[in-house]
Design a protein around this ligand. Structure first.
Ligand code: EPS
Length: 397
């Protein structure tokens, strides 16, 4: 069965929920490791007041017994502590008079889902009906599911890391990162960058932006090491691994571009400098470089999978941009309640979870497994089949 993920929950509703189905039975899960991923996502200089309220913890509601997966869908819930302050505004069963008396949001924020979402779902009378779900709070559920995927991947010898490569126009690492670059990231540092020694400079930049009522975007890198070759497929366009990765990383709120390997640098290179030589050796095949970012023809090639996500500045601005009041049709400025100055460090953690989900889905599609033992057995058999012509780094657990 294919790995599938559905998330639910409104930003100021009761909770965020992830339903993850297709995880093999027999996988022991570490609850603290899931909570650790949730706290990594919340961390980062430049987050707003909301993160002082939330302390995300997973509540595993179904699919697990004695800490081990049952092969049935997993339900992971993360409470919204802010719900307490919003239970009237977000009451699922408010009576009509109460609902009618509420303050309505009718001035869409340029760059946010507000206007397009209002048109689409007929929510022009109250943009809260859009923004509650469009909010990046939803990514808590994706990170919880990704944390499960990361544990499955680790059993299969795959590690995924992330870090900030650029923030607010300051580039700390040019070009695609390697796993070794991301080893330099300290999750406890203020901005989770690949150059912790330069973070003081960036913290000052974030503080200046906050003072000016500005927001900042940036670039995040995700690298997966130990990925078996053969994940994804060239045979059906929708199975191409690079396409799947681009989709899930682009689907992280505020991400506007995705690159695989040297994806955005290669167009200006001659063909002879854009690819990766294949070098046979006693331990298997090595590559002269990794410009492909671990994927050729939509299939993993055993090298590090290298992804970059490009995040625009958050669109909720303290000094709002011109907008329209949908109640009157008159010019006004966009609504503002509160917001983050930057969430680029969080974006890295979320992109990491998204990549982990796709890699897990592709790994289970190739190796199958109603139980984790079946998955591992198929992985080892595949490695044996490749013999000496396998990628030198392909070490099945
Ligand atoms: C968000 C707006 C802010 C962020 C939120 C995403 O929330 P609020 O409207 O409550 O101030 O803090 O992110 C989270 C709550 C989170 O946990 O990541 C938005 O509009 O996308």
């Amino acid at each position: 069965m294919a790995l599938e993920l559905v998330t639910a929950g409104e930003s100021h509703g009761r909770e965020m929920v992830a339903v993850l189905s297709g995880v093999p039975a027999g996988l022991r899960l570490d609850r603290e490791a899931i909570d650790h991923e949730l706290s990594r996502r919340q961390h980062g200089h430049g987050r707003g007041g909301r993160q002082k309220i939330e302390q995300d913890r997973v509540d595993l509601r179904a699919g697990l017994r004695d800490g081990v997966t049952l092969g049935s869908p997993l339900v992971l819930a993360i409470a919204n502590r802010d719900w307490e302050n919003w239970s009237r505004v977000m009451d699922p069963w408010a009576v009509e008079e109460e609902a009618a008396a509420r303050r309505r949001l009718t001035s869409p924020r340029p760059g946010h889902a507000d206007l397009a979402g209002a048109w689409k779902y007929d929510h022009t009378s109250d943009l809260r009906n859009v923004l509650e779900r469009a909010s990046a709070r939803e990514t808590a559920a994706r990170v919880a599911a990704g944390a499960v995927c990361k544990q499955l991947l680790a059993r299969c010898g795959v590690q995924v890391r992330s870090g900030v490569l650029a923030l607010g126009g300051v580039t700390l690492l040019d070009g695609p990162p390697s796993f070794a670059d991301l080893m330099k990231v300290n999750d406890r540092s203020p901005l989770r960058t690949v150059a912790p020694a330069r973070e003081a400079e960036l913290v000052a930049l974030v503080d200046r932006a906050k003072h000016d009522g500005e927001t900042l975007g940036g670039v995040v890198g995700v690298v997966a090491r130990g990925v078996p070759p053969g994940l994804g497929s060239y045979a059906r366009w929708e199975d191409r691994l690079d396409g799947q990765i681009a989709q899930v990383v682009m689907a992280v709120q505020a991400v506007k571009a995705v690159a695989i390997g040297a994806g955005i640098e290669t167009p200006s290179l001659p063909g002879s400098a854009a690819h990766d030589a294949i070098l046979p050796g006693a331990a298997g095949l090595r590559r002269g470089s990794n410009r492909a970012g671990g994927i050729e023809g939509g299939v993993s090639n055993g090298e590090e999978i290298v992804v970059r996500g490009f995040m625009k500045p958050i669109s909720t601005l303290r000094e709002p941009l011109p907008s329209v009041d949908l109640a009157t049709g008159k010019a006004t400025t966009a609504a503002y309640e509160r917001s983050d100055v930057t969430a680029v460090p969080a974006c890295g953690v979320i992109a990491e979870a998204a990549v982990a989900f796709v890699l897990t889905r592709a790994l289970l599609a190739k190796f199958g497994g109603d139980s984790i033992g079946d998955t591992l057995a198929a992985l080892r058999a595949f490695r044996r089949r490749l013999g000496k012509l396998r990628p030198a780094g392909f070490v099945a657990p």
